[in-house]
Design a binder for this molecule. Structure first.
Ligand code: FA5
Length: 331
């Protein structure tokens, strides 16, 4: 430092900078810039030792005066802004927008189906994806050497030979779990993933969803089953959706049927397979210690992936399980 007037210049600079400072935040940064331990004032004060001896005392006095003046200036600015009301908020300015994610199309269909079935009095229950032989097969009237086990190509978990654990091939095992230890009547749906050792193509995936339904009460007929399926599908796909039942075979229902669906807005009204269903087999009721002489029930297993393909016009089921956000972004 060569000139004690530099202190006056520093105060003048600070005054000007303060006048241009609008926010408390910037004012506080400015105070540090001038008054901080490594700030501009401290720099000048450190330089006093280099001033000619004759002027050194004068420089010291100027330094102290500058310090007092700067402190006064910053204090005043602080008090003034504290006394001033906060800047009014312009509520018409655009807000901060958040990028929201998208639901998977199959999730959308599952949620819609859950809502529809809840409206029909069903409750939603969950079951394990790793199932044991009893629930996936045996209690469903498929003993170990029953040929119907070959209707679904099953994966088995390595090392579980004694308990025969498997990634479930269908959601029907949850029917058994829901009835075991419960009292009739029952009215449930159970959505979830299932796994099959299948060759994949545009309508077959090795991992896919099912939505199982089960209703057991004292007077239930096949007409009730048709009514429930038809009203659920009309609610989901429109009042002009048509349902038809084709005779089929499942060991756990008798009689059994395949459900097909057609809508004029989907693939030109072509009939498409939606799921399997039937009246609960008496042996299944016996297996859960319910009395088939007093009870009747129906069950169904729908394919929500196929329903989502129909609803959204998606040609290949494999795109649901491929990690491509371009698909999801459309929903
Ligand atoms: C069953 O799995 C029976 N458990 C359904 C059932 C439940 C019948 C209750 C009677 C009573 P199926 O294997 O047909 O049936 O499968 C049912 C539906 O799942 C099919 O109609 C289809 O919509 C869907 N599905 C079956 N395999 C696949 C697959 N590989 N990829 C996608 N969807 C499939």
């Amino acid at each position: 430092m060569h000139d004690p007037n530099e202190f006056e210049q520093l105060v003048a600079d600070a005054e000007k900078a303060l006048a241009d400072t609008k926010t408390p935040d910037r004012r506080s940064r400015l105070a540090t810039e001038y008054l901080g331990r490594n700030g501009k004032l401290a720099d000048l004060i450190r330089g006093i030792k280099d001033v000619d001896e004759a002027d050194r005392r004068k420089a010291g006095i100027a330094g102290n005066a500058a310090k007092a003046r700067l402190e006064q200036l910053f204090d005043a600015a602080k008090n003034e802004s504290a006394a001033r009301p906060a800047e009014p908020v312009d509520v018409t300015l655009p807000g901060t927008s958040y990028r929201l994610g998208h639901y998977h199309p199959v999730t959308l269909v599952l949620r819609e189906l859950e809502d529809i079935f809840r409206g029909l009095g069903f409750s939603v229950v969950d079951g394990p994806e790793v199932e044991d032989d009893w629930h996936n097969f045996e209690a469903l009237n498929m003993p170990v050497d029953h040929p119907a086990r070959d209707m679904q190509d099953t994966f088995y978990l390595a090392g579980s030979e004694d308990r025969r654990l498997l990634p479930r091939t269908h959601t029907s095992g949850v029917q058994i779990r829901a009835m075991e230890g419960a009292e009739p009547p029952i009215r449930i749906i159970t959505p979830g993933l299932v796994y099959r050792n299948e060759a994949e193509d545009a309508t077959h995936s090795a991992v896919f969803h099912q939505l199982e339904g089960l209703l057991v009460d004292d007077r239930v007929t096949f007409a009730d089953l048709k009514g429930v399926i038809a009203s659920a599908m009309r609610a989901l796909l429109g009042a002009d959706a048509k349902i038809r039942f084709r005779p089929s075979y499942f060991p756990y229902t008798e009689p059994s049927a395949e459900i097909d669906m057609s809508s004029p807005r989907i693939r030109g009204g072509e009939w498409l397979e939606l799921g399997g269903c039937g009246m609960v087999h008496p042996q299944v009721l016996r297996n859960v210690k319910w009395d088939p002489a007093k009870l009747r029930g129906f069950a169904f297993g729908l394919g929500p992936d196929r329903i989502a393909m129909l609803k959204y016009g998606i040609e290949d089921i494999r795109s649901f399980f491929a990690p491509d956000v371009r698909l999801l972004e459309q929903f």
